[in-house]
Design a protein around this ligand. Sequence first.
Ligand SMILES: *Cc1c(COP(=O)(O)O)cnc(C)c1O
Length: 533
Amino acid sequence: MYDLGVPIPSKKAHVVRNIKEVSQAQREKMLKDTEYSMFSFPADMLILDFLSDSGTSTMTDLQWAAIIHGDEAYGRNRGYYILLDAIRDTFERGNQPKKVINLILSGETNVDRLMNELYLNSFEGGFVNGGVHQLKRPNAFIVPQGRCAEYLLFSTIAPILKKKYPKKEFYIPNNGHFDTTEANIAAVGLHPVNFFSANLFEEFPIDKINLTNPFKGNMDIKGLKLFIEKEGEETIPLIYLTITNNTAAGQPVSMKNIKEVSEIARLHDIPLFLDACRYAENAYFIKEFEQGYHNKSIPTIVKELFSYVDGFTISFKKDGLANMGGGLFFKDKGVFHRKFSGDGDIGIHLKEKQISTFGNDSYGGLSGRDIMALAAGLYEVVKEPYLRERITQVRDFAKKLSQKGVPVVLPPGGHAIYLNIDKFFAGTDMKIEDFGGVGFTIELLRYYGIRACELGPFAFEWDNKSPKEREGILNFVRFAVPRNVYNTNHIDYAVAAITELYQNKEKIPKVKISRGAKLRLRHFQSGLLPLYK
Ligand SMILES: *Cc1c(COP(=O)(O)O)cnc(C)c1O
């Protein structure tokens, strides 16, 4: 394939949605009425929405077709079997998927065949036990979204740990905890700790953007080793790796790093889990930039990635290409199963919690049609033309901004671009407590109908923190790019708008929190006031 340096189209539109024409006066009125909160502004009045890539994907025609095959039975709907086998296809089978989904989509009527290949499929030893083994040792849990899987996992293991070692403190290391992961860990009295890669803030030359990648999402191996030595392996119930590293600007993690972390975990007999939300995007970076992977297929790379871990939690609202879905999976009779099964099988404990909070195991809080859309999406998201266009589109967005002189984090990760707000306001009188990033998002929405999200002193509650805590707060505005939604036109409109605002940055207002500065997770709920001169 010739590399022209622009995204190669991997899809065409089949259904479109018209964007409403909204005047600046209408947006201004609405901004005022919603206390200038990005989360409260009606999406229908926007031209472009970069608030999140979570659950915002446009699904493919194959996914929409699968939806009609959904089955809303309470017990053992057909999608349950299809999804569990699609999980095995995706994370265990590499280039040899079975695609039993096709039996249903093609209207197979041979019941013996359906029994043999779908309903009675009995197997054990991987991330999904089948047939009677899933009943005796459950290890696959479908839930509505990623945070539900985190809640299931941590609320179930914390009491087991505290019962066994009542006096100990426990730590969960990660290359960068996502906010809900961190919250779910802290809520049950365990301590989340981050080991960001040392090169995270190193400058990166724009001309190398298509040639090399520093994998800034990696776990700091040295830091992790020292921490285990200092605190003792028995205080670490689990090591977590987030791919891609959303909290660290969506940067990818290398296969080498995953392997190294898994060796450390094995040496200390600690289970290693992935927060696997963007596994396909991460696999594409490995294929593109890591030595030895260029000629490997995405499914083979995904298979290798998951061969190093003991389990994973996942939000399928990202690389499931689905609008809803999440899951928790762990290896049958693996380290996690062994270490947490002293007081009865850990899978049974998890299943009890799943049933009491999200629904029985064969739907887990999802509708049958959502399950079908997700199962079909797992085969769509690993297609290389799709991933190439996706990653190139995000890169193209960053490249164009950088060429206009706008300070953007380089190289960009897989799902979003991040503006460096300290650099953005350099040379003006904007101070950190003036929430310049928020002022920027308000003006971007007001003038151009574009929504982005501040991830800086406002979101991370700078003014409520101690000087020591403040050191860890980054100052970004994030543009998360939804999957399969926008094309080059949309990106070019965003680049033009951002550039124009950047050139008029001295006109961007400082912002005051007018209501709820002390509320928990305030960026979802407090009111704001731009101080126009
Ligand atoms: C989105 C996300 C989650 C949580 O998933 P939800 O589906 O939003 O609950 C967890 N970890 C990472 C890295 C995420 O990006």
